[in-house]
Design a protein around this ligand. Structure first.
Ligand code: ZN
Length: 482
């Protein structure tokens, strides 16, 4: 297992917090969010997209496409009520990889009525751009053959095929780059070297399992900086930061051992004094136990690893501080009694100062999160009183001065722990909905305090902090391509 440290990406709270999200690439300023109760669905694009972290964005993109495929679009243009999908500005200097660079655009349709919000000249959805020359060049072909060769050398695989059509019972078909049989099951491999639209990604993720085939996305070692492109983030951020890659080492080992292996790249958090918490790629050679793992199990395992790694690193350097702040939060004492501990933690990870945190109602946020922990760990006994206290603390947070800016964090808690959403009473849900449909500008308090909140409550760490590291892992190019 190699562990490659990258310099942290520049994500100082100040730089990350600036709102460049009101740019004119957002022709659609208001949307109808069909997830909300009827009559309360009108939301500003700013409030839906700007607070999204990279993981939140990848999850919402997946949801939007799943809903569209099911014929029940998640978002409609407020002007013409036609479905819209979620696009991302092409990567470039100053373009963030979170919701600030996302925008809504109409789904292309020949019979669509005219809409004043319809076109945004000069802006293209990066997800739909195929990088010319990379899609099916010599490199791609060489890698396919190398991959097939690795499978042929492993006696557990049979019927190894390059570009063999797989047909469903209804007659639709796909052509994976390489396929093979393993323990009676077909495995389809797709080598992603260029950006693919998320529609294609989701559609293959659906097609293969529904036709009794296991599907594996993999990339190669050339230009891994593109792992920060949205199309790759759609793959790895929705798999808890995990993606397979083929390189010289994995090819060499597969041939030598007669056992198929791939590199697995995983995003893990890294705590270094005087730096914001950042992410690194960890590279490790994996065999069929990981390659054949069901996607939901692989995701769950990745989430656990990220959470444990973050908790372990915080405990190693800041255990006393974390415990003190969390204890005060459990007792709903606010930040004032633990100002000293907060300052030490904030200095270590470049978090906001305690006065700024107090002014932003972070104490109320932590009181709520602490009670969430109490709620999920007590499955019996004094449950009704624990639930009442949870309601009370969430109510206090949603009535606070900065409630508007913390509402996205409450949604994040609901996505992470659905049992919390189920425990919230209708009046509180109505209050939350009012905040989420407000037309006031949502400030990025969530991102500003993300590092501190994640350090204190690592179960939110992945959604708050995970993103593609700025630099790719160092891997060896297949010799034929060097
Ligand atoms: Zn429209």
């Amino acid at each position: 297992m190699t562990d490659i440290t990258n310099p942290p990406a520049p994500m100082s709270p100040a730089a990350d917090g600036q709102t460049d999200g009101s740019g004119d690439y957002r022709a659609i300023a208001m949307v109808i969010d069909t997830r909300f109760p009827a009559g309360e669905q009108l939301r500003t694009t700013q409030s839906v997209l700007d607070p999204l972290t990279p993981v939140g964005l990848a999850e919402l993109r997946a949801e939007v496409h799943t809903a569209k495929a099911a014929g029940t679009p998640l978002f409609l243009c407020a002007a013409c009520q036609r479905p819209v999908h979620l696009a991302q500005r092409p990567a470039g200097p100053g373009v963030t990889r979170n919701g600030l660079a996302a925008f809504f655009r109409h789904v292309a349709a020949a019979d669509a009525p005219p809409c004043p919000c319809r076109t945004v000249p000069g802006v293209h959805n990066v997800g739909a751009v195929q990088f010319a020359g990379l899609q099916e060049g010599l490199d791609h072909h060489t890698l396919k053959l190398a991959l097939a060769d690795c499978l042929v050398h492993d006696p557990r695989f049979s019927d190894v095929q390059v570009e063999k059509r797989i047909t469903s019972a209804e007659g639709s078909w796909r052509v994976p780059d390489v396929s093979a049989m393993f323990e009676g099951k077909r495995i389809a491999y797709d080598l992603q070297l260029a950006t693919l639209p998320i529609a294609t990604i989701r559609e293959r993720d659906t097609f293969y399992p529904s036709n009794d085939a296991h599907h594996v996305w993999l990339t190669d070692a050339a230009d891994l900086s593109r792992l920060s492109h949205q199309a790759f983030c759609d793959l790895h951020l929705n798999m808890a930061g995990r993606i397979f890659a083929i390189d010289d080492t994995s090819i060499g080992r597969s041939l030598r051992d007669g056992q198929f292996q791939l590199q697995e790249l995983s995003i893990l958090p890294r705590l270094v004094e005087d730096r914001p918490i950042h992410n690194i790629w960890e590279t490790s050679l994996v065999g069929t136990d990981v390659i054949m793992m069901a996607p939901n199990l692989r995701t769950a395992e990745g989430e656990r690893r990220y959470r444990r790694e973050l908790a372990a690193q915080v405990s190693a350097s800041l255990s006393v501080e974390r415990q003190a702040i969390c204890r005060a939060a459990t007792m709903n004492q606010g930040l004032a009694p633990v100002g000293l501990q907060w300052t030490r933690l904030a200095r270590f990870i470049c978090g906001p100062r305690v006065d700024a945190a107090i002014a932003s109602d972070v104490g109320k946020v932590l009181a709520f999160l602490a009670q969430v922990e109490v709620f999920v760990t007590h499955q019996s006994g004094s449950r009704p009183s624990i639930e009442r206290e949870l309601q009370r603390r969430l109510g206090t947070l949603l009535a606070s001065r900065h409630a508007l800016h913390w509402a996205p964090l409450v949604l994040m808690v609901f996505s992470t722990l659905p049992s919390i959403k189920a425990a919230v009473d209708p009046a509180t849900m109505t209050r939350l909905n009012t905040l989420l449909t407000s037309t006031e500008t949502v400030r990025p308090l969530l991102r500003l305090h993300a590092g501190m909140i994640a350090a204190l409550y690592p179960w939110l760490g992945r959604r708050l902090l995970m993103k593609a590291p700025k630099f790719g892992p160092k891997m060896r190019l297949p010799a034929s391509r060097a």
